[in-house]
Ligand binder design. Sequence first.
Ligand code: LLP
Length: 434
Amino acid sequence: MHHFHYSGPSLQCEAVDLAAVARLYGTPTYVYSAATIAENFHRLQQSLAGLDVQICYAAKANSNLAVLRHCANLGAGFDLVSGGEIRRVIAAGGDLQASVFAGVGKTEDEIRLALENGVFALHVESEPELARINHVAGKLGVKAPIALRVNPDVDAHTHAKITTGRSDNKFGIPLKQAAGAYEVAAKLKNLTLRGVQMHIGSQLTTVAPFAEAVQKVAPLVADLQANHGITYFSIGGGMGIVYKDALASGAQAWWDAQPAAQRPLTPEAYGETLTPLLAPLGLKVLLEHGRFIVGNAGVLLTRVEHLKRGANKNFLVVDAAMNDLVRPAMYESYHEIVPVQRDSSRRALVADVVGPVCESGDCFAKDRQLQEVGEGELLALMSAGAYGFTMASRYNTRALAAEVLVNGSAFELVRQRETFAQMIAGEKVPAFLQ
Ligand code: LLP
């Protein structure tokens, strides 16, 4: 469910006309719904209501300071993967003591930053990393709280580039070696064993792989609790969202109309299956969802530059491009595209929706059926709240887009569109070329 809907002909985010946002701040612009983020957050929390749950929102999905602060106000800690993300949470006023620091290649500087700021735990991916964390903690004279990331070798049935829990992925310590790695960790005097972590992949649309992974790892968790007094089990993130019927899925009616067997994963179904598997452990449960919290809470607003009628195809050239939203180019992912002003009297148009970047891969949709639109009209790419702006680049020297947060009938610019001067600020022509 989300808060993007038509009011008459106009697409709105909560009570704000998206056309008004585009008029004020231009395009391409990401627009986020604060109410949707809050609802997703609360649904997730409620889904495991019987357990001691801490949501560590995966900041990589959307790390705008306003989004981080909103999540922090809702009670989130954070799942962080770089010194930059740690600094973002500090800048946003978030709670690092409820946050975890993960990633396969943490540098010494990043480990120090995490420890100095009192993170809840570091999620460790290998034995060499245990030694490195032990070393840095020793120099700081602290004990580093850690959990090992265990790789349960479960097929998440998602896109190959975002599956992480198979034995041929670079992530985590194989389940069979995990007990041994914990013994190694227990001997390192600057470490405290605090938990177990796993994450099997992203955009999962059924609960079965989550359940399989929890069942596979639970015996290890119980042993570690008995022998090393660990206090938490992080089951990662990964809950998928609706991309195909994105707009319609904002309404409860859409969910009610889905046959039970085809209903996409909901937090309620997730909780119902996982609660009985987790409850017997009696441990704190960490959830690291990113996409579920922010994915359907954002759209990318773009303006049509031209409708180009080719020999066998129509191309709708828009002012957003793969540098703004790379998911279609990178994962062939689907984003629903809807007009900001809908008009049922218009003819249908079948077109490839493409950006201006000089690559054929700069294509948001192929042979997509849309209402006919022309130069200057606005479109919204749905479900763009997660892994949209955070994966943006400046390819083709295109400035980073603006971001806007809506709250009821109010909205505010939460990131200015980048200027050309900002883009080249760190560059210079050396004296020997002048
Ligand atoms: N925890 C860990 C250890 C992760 O690696 C990730 C995501 C998450 C949590 C959050 O997963 P989520 O709940 O958002 O699915 N750029 C890709 C997704 C990459 C996900 C990477 N890891 C995309 O656009 O689909």
